[in-house]
Design a protein around this ligand. Structure first.
Ligand SMILES: *Cc1c(COP(=O)(O)O)cnc(C)c1O
Length: 494
């Protein structure tokens, strides 16, 4: 493809992308295809000679679009929202058009310098302490691919600093602390690093939040048996139910255990800190005062297209001392003089995508107020959903609604108290009805053995009407499921 052919194909691509976005509301949310649908439609080897690009572009529409789940659909309430703004698309397009793997300053000065700046912008948007900012010269932030990468890096940095402090430590003594509600990234980091993971208990009564006492007794118990817990992954807004670990209590415990580093994973909920009214509930003051690192994903609810995970640390030396291997061919005078950040020492790979561009585009185009408006709108829509649920005598809220997430289950009124098992059967039936539909998409979870359904709001297109429609679909399916369940239990009695 030459430049003029690209110009033509590019115009067409933008036109088609616009048409796609216009048509979203009329599409099913989930793809109506079966596993393996694509294989018979695509040759099993690349073509011997190059094909005409128009054919390729048409095949994208014909073969790929029907197999997509439409995460930007206004009736997408599954998992967590994933950001897709036109500013973000353009940022990625420009970034892709120059393909700069800006691993150090000299390899592409603008890539590093813009990242240093937008990470401070993002920190200011969220109200993070100056000690997390690149401006501080001691702490700082970098864009990562995912919250899992961010946690892995925080753990690697914590391990290295612990080993420097206690050089006699054996690897098998080290322990990563998580809770039973921590994202699987905790256990995965343990697998990758060959370290043990201790999963602390959290309780329904505490809304699945980690309490100080639980942490304290685990630390004391492990100390007695010669184990070395060196890092805790605390969560603000767990994936299952939006739970928030009790950071004020954790902070008290951490004071007595200064070697324990604390990484706060707020992959989904962290962007809500852009609105000052959500800072207290998410314990931003505590994060600013005592967390060693903090991560949130702008690519979920934060309007910046995947991948846009942000990791901030209070001490950048912990990162560079753990990750800096400078072979002679990568040495630069700027790096040696410490006048520029070499971001390759702030993540696992060497090369990195030029992601700061989409941050710059989105944050400028929305402004702080536009960003806040998006967050407040989603939370307002979730509040509407909650108010509708509260009018139902079948659908019940399970844990307190968290930002834009509601966890509910069916629990119809009945003479005798229903067992968890029986209600799980009802909720599984209900969920299989919901998931057989293609006009709405929700996901399921289990909280201490209880089957629940998650309703997560955050797509840009979702409006009040979509929430009312969703609730009416849920109510109808709920009534159907309860009738079937009553029928079933009558039959099993007789
Ligand atoms: C989504 C999520 C993750 C995982 O994010 P990735 O960027 O896909 O690794 C981790 N933690 C929480 C709380 C999440 O919601």
């Amino acid at each position: 493809m030459d430049i003029e052919q690209f110009r033509k194909a590019g115009y067409q691509a933008i036109d088609r992308i616009c048409d796609y976005h216009y048509s979203l509301r009329n599409k099913p949310v989930v793809a109506k295809v079966q596993p393996g649908y694509l294989k018979p439609l695509v040759p099993s080897a690349p073509p011997e000679t190059g094909e005409d690009f128009q054919t390729i572009a048409d095949d994208y529409q014909r073969l790929i679009v029907p197999g997509l789940t439409h995460w930007q659909h206004p009736s997408f309430f599954a998992y967590f929202p994933t950001a897709c703004t036109f500013e973000g698309v353009l940022g990625d397009l420009y970034s892709s058009s120059v393909s700069n793997p800006g691993f150090n300053w000299a390899s592409s000065p603008a890539c590093s310098e813009l990242e240093v700046i937008v990470m401070d912008w993002a920190a200011k948007l969220l109200g993070l302490a100056p000690s997390f900012m690149n401006e501080s010269g001691i702490g700082g932030g970098a864009i990562q691919s995912s919250a899992s990468d961010s946690a892995m890096i925080a753990i690697v940095a914590a391990r290295a600093s612990y080993q420097r402090e206690y050089p006699d430590t054996k690897l098998e003594e080290l322990v990563i602390y998580t809770t039973s509600q921590t994202h699987s990234l905790g256990v995965k980091a343990g697998m990758v690093l060959g370290l043990s993971v201790r999963i602390l208990d959290v309780k329904f009564e505490d809304n699945y939040s980690l309490r100080g006492d639980t942490l304290r007794s685990a630390l004391e118990e492990d100390a007695k048996s010669g184990k070395k817990p060196f890092v805790l992954i605390a969560t603000v807004g767990t994936t299952s139910s939006g739970a928030i670990d009790n950071l004020p209590e954790i902070r008290q415990v951490a004071k007595d255990h200064p070697y324990l580093r604390v990484h706060v994973d707020a992959a989904w909920a962290g962007v809500a800190f852009s609105c000052p009214e959500y800072r207290e509930i998410g314990y931003l003051d505590e994060i600013n005062e005592f967390a060693d690192s903090f991560c949130t994903n702008f690519h979920k609810w934060g309007l910046i297209n995947f991948d846009a995970s942000t990791l901030w640390v209070k001490n950048r030396k912990f990162l560079t001392e753990a990750l800096d291997i400078t072979p002679p061919f990568l040495r630069t005078k700027q790096g040696d003089a410490d006048t520029a950040i070499d971001y390759r020492n702030w993540h696992l790979g060497l090369g990195r995508r030029f992601r700061s561009l989409k941050f710059w585009f989105v944050l400028r185009s929305f402004g702080v107020q536009g960003f806040q408006q998006h967050i407040r709108k989603s939370i307002g829509l979730n509040d509407l959903f909650v108010s509708l649920v509260k009018q139902s005598d079948i659908v019940k809220i399970v844990t307190p609604p968290s930002f834009g997430l509601t966890v509910f289950r069916l629990d119809p009124p009945s003479q005798q108290k229903q067992t968890t098992e029986s209600l799980n059967i009802l909720n599984t039936t209900f969920f299989s009805r919901i998931s057989a539909r293609d006009d709405i998409y929700l996901t399921q979870t289990r909280l201490n053995g209880v089957v629940c359904v998650r309703f997560a709001v955050g797509a840009v297109l979702t409006s009040e009407r979509d929430i009312r429609n969703a609730f009416s679909t849920i109510s109808n399916e709920a009534t159907w499921a309860v009738d079937a369940w009553n029928e079933q239990s009558k039959r099993s009695v007789t």
